[in-house]
Write a protein that binds this ligand. Structure first.
Ligand code: PHE
Length: 335
């Protein structure tokens, strides 16, 4: 008899585990606890038992009845409160966190810079990374045999095609297409055949800017650069302007910012100098305007080649450029 009671409890409990709705629950009540139910049947049998066993078995039977009733009432309450579907749902269980993707740090900074320029009336353009010798060099006043080509370690492809070494490849393309006046930025990947170290990688991002109109001068260039830097860093950063030579600008400058990775003390990113070359720039050379079909007697303008990857490193204090294109999730998940 005792075994019968224990077995009954077991099957009741496992059936309770599968309760999905109130109808199912009502059927279970009838089956076990109803007037003709299994447990009620056993309790009746207990009445007719020999007297020495009766108290022990009777006690057990009553305990089991109480237990089953309690489980039943609890389940009934849950179903009533939360609706039939709720029975499988435990709101106290910790959730499972889904993996979501996010933007690459270079993209985050690129979008910030784009926003800053768009608010100054610039449009954002894209262009080819696989480029001809002409747009990457010749049209920019860098003819064949010009020593300036040496400073760009180039991935040459067949038949004078190459991977663009800078976003300046779009300067003449844009002038040909849009003419003057023009105000645009062109962010994108650039490639150089370099040996890599903490501050050089074969793939990096630049953001080129080009503004052409009547009467544009160096004052406009400097004012634009300053607005940009304060928009990106949200704080004053130390900058310095040095003369710089690029065949496609005259005069040309290098705008450096004080290294934010080491606060100017010297580190691998700034090659121990405390300063990082961030923005080569200058007034567009008349030969470049001519190549783009714009009359240099009528129009002038400035161009700059913001080192977007360097900017990302400064902003997030990343001390090795190679991390950015590594695809290493341990690094990327930090952004
Ligand atoms: N394209 C040049 C470079 O990558 C930088 C530059 C852009 C300089 C625009 C002047 C004006 O070295």
């Amino acid at each position: 008899m005792e075994k019968k009671l224990q077995d009954l409890k077991k099957t009741f409990m496992s059936e309770m585990d599968n309760v999905k709705d109130s109808q199912f629950l009502a059927d279970l009540k009838k089956k076990y606890l109803g007037r003709k139910g299994e447990l009620t049947g056993i309790l009746k049998e207990v009445k007719d038992m020999a007297s020495e066993e009766k108290p022990r078995v009777g006690k057990l039977a009553n305990e089991i009845k109480e237990e089953l009733t309690e489980v039943f009432n609890k389940t009934e309450k849950i179903i009533k409160n939360k609706g039939d579907q709720a029975i499988d749902f435990d709101p106290t269980m910790p959730g499972t966190k889904r993996q979501t993707g996010h933007l690459h740090p270079s993209t985050i900074v690129q979008q910030e810079v784009e926003d800053a320029f768009v608010s100054m009336g610039f449009s954002v353009y894209d262009g080819p990374q696989l480029e001809s010798d002409y747009y990457n060099f010749t049209a920019l006043n860098i003819p064949e045999e010009h020593p300036a080509r040496d400073s760009h370690d180039t991935f040459w492809l067949e038949q004078n095609w190459l991977l663009r070494t800078h976003t300046s490849n779009l300067q003449v393309r844009m002038l040909e297409k849009h003419g003057a006046p023009f105000r645009g930025i062109f962010p994108g990947r650039c490639f150089r055949y370099e040996s890599t170290d903490a501050s050089h990688d074969h793939t990096f991002f630049q953001l080129e800017g080009l503004m052409i109109d009547k009467g544009i001068n160096i004052g406009n260039l400097i004012a634009t650069m300053k607005s940009l830097l304060s928009a990106v860093f949200n704080t004053d950063v130390d900058v310095r302007l040095r003369p710089g030579f690029f065949p496609f600008v005259e005069p040309g400058f290098e705008m450096d910012i004080k290294c934010l990775v080491c606060e100017g003390k010297g580190c691998s990113v700034c090659k121990q100098s405390g300063w990082v070359e961030l923005m080569p720039c200058g007034m567009v050379h008349p030969e470049v305007l001519k190549a783009g079909g714009v009359d240099p007697n009528e129009y002038s303008g400035f161009a700059f080649g913001l080192g977007l990857t360097r900017l990302v490193m400064m902003k997030y204090r990343i001390d090795d450029i190679r991390l950015l294109e590594s695809g290493d999730l341990r690094f990327l998940k930090q952004f």
